[in-house]
Design a protein around this ligand. Structure first.
Ligand SMILES: *Cc1c(COP(=O)(O)O)cnc(C)c1O
Length: 415
C-alpha cells in the first residue's frame, strides 16, 4: 500500500503511514468516527474520481456517464431500501451540505427554524449564528430539561406555538437518548411546519434496527455516511416523494457542482454492507458497548448526562471529578484514549473548556471490542482521573490501553 505515493511524494506518504499508526495504536472513542472497510476505501481511491457528472442519472450535463450512472442508481436504490425511504439524493458532499440542501429546498432565506441548541447536544447546522443555518435563517432553539437532561417536548411545543417556525429540525451530535418522532410530528403539524430530522449520528443504529427510524415520520431526513454507517465521508438526503424535486434542484445546481462519483459509489458499497446480518450484529454491539461503558462509569461515580444512554455514545459530565472537559480530553489522550471535550447542558464553562467529554463506541466496536474491553476502558479512565498527578501510574495505564488496542489489529493488510 502507498507504494506509488511513497515513490512520488515521500512527505505525504509519511503522513499516511503515521496516521495509520495512530489509528492502530490509540483507542478511538470519538463518537463521530469509525473505521471504514477496505472495499469502501478501494472504491474511494478508484478511477471514478476522474469523472464529471453534473446532473442526475440519465440527465447529465456531460457525456460518458453510463457507468457512474449505474453507481449512483445503485446507491439511491440501496439507500431507499435500507431506510424504507420514498426517495434518496446521494450527492451531498457532507452532512452539512445535506442539511443546507434540505433546508433551502423548503425555506426561503430569512424564514424561521427551530433546532436543538448546540450547547444542549445539537449541531452547528441546526441554527448556530456562525453557521449558514444561523446566517441565512432566523434560528430559534429548544433545549433539554435541567433535571432529566432529556428533551422537554412540552416546552418545545410551547416554543413552537409561540415562535411558529416554518421548519423544525430534530437530531443531535451529543444526545444519548431516543427521540420521540411522533411528538415532533404532531408539534410540526400543529403549526404546519416542515419536519426535518438529521440522523447523522444514529443512522447506523437505524439501519441496523436498534434505534427507531425517523423516516416514516419526517418530510426530510438527512445523514452523514461516515459515522455509525461506517461508509465514506459524505451526506444523503432522504425525502418524501412530494419534497424530492426541490431537494434535487437545490443540491444541484443550487448548492453543489459536480458530484463526487467515487464517493457516491463508495456510499453504495456502504449501504450494501449495512444490509448484511453482520451489520445488524455490529449495530447491536455498538449500543451494548455504550451501555456497559456507561454503567461502569456510573459505578465509578461519573455523572452521565440523562443518566445513561440508548445509543452509541455517552456524554460524561466530569465537573464532579474536579476536572474540565478540556482537562479530561488531554488526560485521556495522554493514556492513549481519544475522545472530545463537549459542552454539557447548562454548562458553566466556555465551549473551549467545557465540563464534559463525549465518548462513543462505533470505532472500537468495528475493531471487534466488546463489553470486557469497555469495562477495562472504564477502569483506565477512572484510574487516570485519580492518578492524574502521578506520571508513573499514567505510564502504566498507557501500557494497558496499548495492550488492548494491540489485541484487536486494525487494517492488518495495509503495511
Ligand atoms: C456530523 C454531523 C453533521 C455534519 O456532518 P459533516 O459531514 O461534518 O458536515 C450534521 N449534523 C449532525 C447532527 C452531525 O452530527
Amino acid at each position: 500500500m502507498y507504494d506509488e505515493v511513497r515513490r512520488t511524494d515521500p512527505e505525504i506518504a509519511a503522513v499516511l503511514e503515521a496516521e495509520l499508526g495512530r489509528q492502530r495504536d490509540q483507542l478511538e472513542m470519538i463518537a463521530s468516527e469509525n473505521f471504514t472497510s477496505r472495499a469502501v476505501m478501494e472504491t474511494m481511491g478508484s478511477v471514478l474520481t476522474n469523472k464529471y457528472a453534473e446532473g442526475y442519472p440519465g440527465k447529465r450535463y456531460y457525456g460518458g456517464c453510463v457507468h457512474v450512472d449505474e453507481a449512483e442508481m445503485l446507491a439511491k436504490k440501496r439507500a431507499m431500501a435500507l431506510f424504507g425511504a420514498e426517495r434518496a439524493n446521494v450527492q451531498p458532499h457532507s452532512g452539512s451540505t445535506a442539511n443546507m440542501t434540505a433546508y433551502l429546498s423548503v425555506l426561503k432565506p430569512g424564514e424561521k427554524i427551530l433546532g436543538l441548541s448546540l450547547s444542549h447536544g445539537g449541531h452547528l447546522t441546526h441554527g448556530h449564528p456562525v453557521n449558514f443555518s444561523g446566517l441565512l435563517f432566523e434560528a430559534h432553539h429548544y433545549e433539554v430539561d435541567e433535571t432529566t437532561e432529556t428533551i422537554d417536548y412540552d416546552r418545545l411545543r410551547e416554543q413552537a406555538l409561540a415562535e411558529r417556525p416554518r421548519m423544525i429540525v430534530g437530531g443531535a451530535s451529543a444526545y444519548p437518548r431516543f427521540w420521540d418522532y411522533e411528538k415532533l410530528r404532531s408539534i410540526a403539524d400543529e403549526i404546519e411546519a416542515v419536519l426535518v430530522f438529521d440522523m447523522a449520528h444514529i443512522a447506523g443504529l437505524v439501519a441496523g434496527g436498534v434505534h427507531p427510524s425517523p423516516v416514516p415520520h419526517c418530510d426530510l431526513v438527512t445523514s452523514t455516511t461516515h459515522k455509525t454507517l461506517r461508509g465514506p465521508r459524505g451526506g444523503i438526503v432522504l425525502a418524501k416523494k412530494s419534497f424530492f424535486k426541490n431537494v434535487n434542484k437545490m443540491n444541484f445546481p443550487g448548492i453543489q457542482g459536480g458530484p463526487l462519483m467515487h464517493v457516491i459509489a463508495a456510499k453504495a458499497v456502504c449501504f450494501h454492507e449495512c444490509m448484511q446480518d453482520s451489520f445488524k450484529t455490529y449495530a447491536k454491539n455498538m449500543v451494548e458497548n455504550a451501555r456497559v461503558l456507561g454503567e461502569e462509569l456510573v459505578e465509578r461515580g461519573f455523572h452521565l448526562v440523562s443518566g445513561g444512554t440508548d445509543n452509541h455514545l455517552v456524554l460524561v459530565n466530569v465537573a464532579g471529578k474536579g476536572l474540565t472537559g478540556k482537562d479530561m480530553e488531554h488526560l485521556l489522550e495522554h493514556v492513549g484514549i481519544t475522545v472530545n471535550k463537549n459542552t454539557v447542558p447548562f454548562d458553566k464553562e466556555s465551549p473551549f473548556v467545557t465540563s464534559g467529554v463525549r465518548v462513543g463506541t462505533p470505532a472500537l466496536t468495528s475493531r471487534g471490542m466488546g463489553p470486557d474491553e469497555m469495562r477495562a476502558i472504564a477502569a483506565i479512565m477512572d484510574e487516570a482521573v485519580r492518578a492524574r498527578e502521578d506520571e508513573d501510574a499514567l505510564a502504566a495505564l498507557r501500557g494497558r490501553a496499548a495492550e488492548l488496542s494491540a489485541a484487536y489489529p486494525l487494517y492488518q493488510e495495509l503495511v
